[in-house]
Ligand binder design. Structure first.
Ligand SMILES: [Zn+2]
Length: 475
């Protein structure tokens, strides 16, 4: 009998010491906050608010490129929905945005084997005039290959950039491939080309071309630039492989119009004892025009609004203020983000923690951060609270998204529930970005991951210390 009691005694002692040492180490979160996090997580998994918001935004507003009537309507929509969901301090921050109109575009192979292919003008690109452009074409893989050509090789020609984007979960394939879209037209123009066509920065094998912003330099003439889908780019590669001269025709009526007024839409769930500290949740209200921006970034808008609403409906109020900012014109110059930072020069340090959702409708697969190393134990504890959602622990080099870049560069820490981007670039910036692409189950899981993380971020018992400027992106 006595012998059998020893293990029990040792067990009791172990329990005692474990409890004592846990009590000695200050927890980053109170027991009540952790309990509320679990409540939020479970409610989010069954909450339809986010899905309904995407449905409403895509049905009632639709495409909303900067400066368009849809952009204006989206600003009104967001204010109305924030008020309806019980947000406080709903207001707008004006942003002046470029206004580019797509018009119509046509792309054809004239020789060796004539074909017409669906195309989209790159955002911001100039038109061709009514007559269009006809020219012999040169195929290159990417910007490096263009730079390696002998002088005069693309003079008076159309340059076709053929590089294919790689599919990745974290979107790094996009980062590697997108330089051609941004810088290809001016690089080709500087070498004497008269037009550019790119293989879409896309992972899809559908025939939907992918648009997105191009950036002209001030030193080379602005030349028209179109994108064709992956299967059409493959077909064009085969035409080049025939060894015969390839002649192309392109036409686009894209044009720039005068700048317009747009606005960021802001709404708060007010904090309590730390109300002056802001946890900012960013997403963007604008979209490209071929689709209705369900994934980019209706989903981000809906996740952030859904998170704030869930937290607003808890019995216990957050310590820090939770602020949703739906940014204007992320897609074509981050005008809204720049305007927000300019309007908040005196309040930069009040933005103690940032979240951004601009990578589709989930699921969330990873928790990354960019916090002061002193706060990493708190991030670990948040990660443990997310355990039922089955995430992996990312590194401390999160970059946030484009809209929080300004605040992030000024030292704001970032927590990043990472949305799974494996299929995102099948749809992103195409006519196929519609509500049909949103999986409600993945969306609910994402809402749960964000809600848990945002709530604990707002309740953290320590101080979110400032962080050093992010490292340049890994290539
Ligand atoms: Zn986006």
């Amino acid at each position: 009998m006595r012998k059998q009691n020893y293990p029990m005694l040792i067990g009791l002692l172990l329990t005692f010491f474990t409890v004592a040492s846990a009590a000695d180490k200050p927890s980053a979160f109170t027991r009540a906050d952790l309990a509320a996090a679990a409540t939020l997580r479970d409610r989010a998994l069954a909450d339809t608010t986010a899905y309904r918001l995407i449905e409403s935004l895509t049905t009632e507003i639709g495409p909303r490129p900067a400066g368009s009537p849809g952009d204006k309507a989206a600003v009104a929509w967001a204010q109305r929905e924030m008020k309806r969901l019980g947000f406080a301090n709903v207001h707008t921050v004006e942003a002046i945005v470029p206004h580019w109109e797509r018009g119509e575009a046509e792309f054809s192979v004239l020789a060796p084997y004539p074909q017409t292919m669906p195309t989209l003008a790159l955002g911001g690109s100039v038109g061709t005039g009514n007559k269009g452009i006809e020219a012999d074409a040169v195929m290159v893989k990417d910007l490096d290959a263009l730079a390696a050509l002998p002088a005069g090789a693309v003079k008076d020609k159309i340059v076709f950039f053929a590089n294919r984007m790689e599919r990745t979960r974290d979107g790094s394939g996009y980062g590697k491939a997108v330089a051609v879209r941004a810088a290809g037209p001016s690089a080709a123009s500087a070498a004497g080309a008269v037009g550019v066509v790119i293989r879409s920065i896309s992972t899809s094998d559908s025939r939907f071309p992918h648009t997105g912003a191009t950036r002209y330099t001030t030193t080379a003439p602005r030349i028209p630039a179109l994108a064709i889908s992956n299967p059409d780019a493959d077909a064009l590669v085969r035409q080049f492989a025939s060894g015969q001269p390839v002649r192309l025709s392109m036409r686009s009526s894209s044009r720039d119009l005068p700048q317009m007024r747009s606005a960021n839409v802001v709404g708060d769930i007010p904090g309590t004892d730390l109300a002056h500290e802001i946890v900012i949740l960013g997403a963007h209200l604008d979209s490209w025009d071929p689709g209705v921006g369900a994934l980019d970034d209706g989903a981000g808008v809906a996740i952030m609004m859904g998170v704030a609403r869930l937290i607003g409906e808890l019995d216990v109020k957050p310590r820090r203020t939770i602020r949703v900012v739906l940014f204007a014109n992320e897609e074509f110059g981050t005008s809204g983000s720049l305007a927000y930072v300019a309007a908040n020069q005196a309040n930069v340090s009040r933005h103690v923690l940032g979240f951004e959702a601009d990578f589709g409708a989930g699921p969330v697969w990873r928790l990354s951060s960019r916090v002061n190393p002193a706060q990493l134990p708190a991030v670990d504890q948040i990660f443990r609270a997310l355990a039922p959602l089955k995430l992996v622990r990312g590194d401390n080099e999160a970059r946030g998204g484009a809209d929080l870049e300004g605040l992030s560069k000024l030292g704001m820490p970032i927590l990043e529930p990472g949305l799974d981007g494996t299929d995102y670039f099948d749809v992103h910036h195409t006519a196929n970005d519609t509500l049909a692409q949103v999986d409600p189950k993945a969306l609910h899981q994402s809402l749960a991951a964000f809600a848990t993380t945002v709530w604990l971020g707002a309740q953290y018992s320590g101080t979110w210390e400032r962080v050093a400027e992010p490292k340049p992106p890994r290539r």
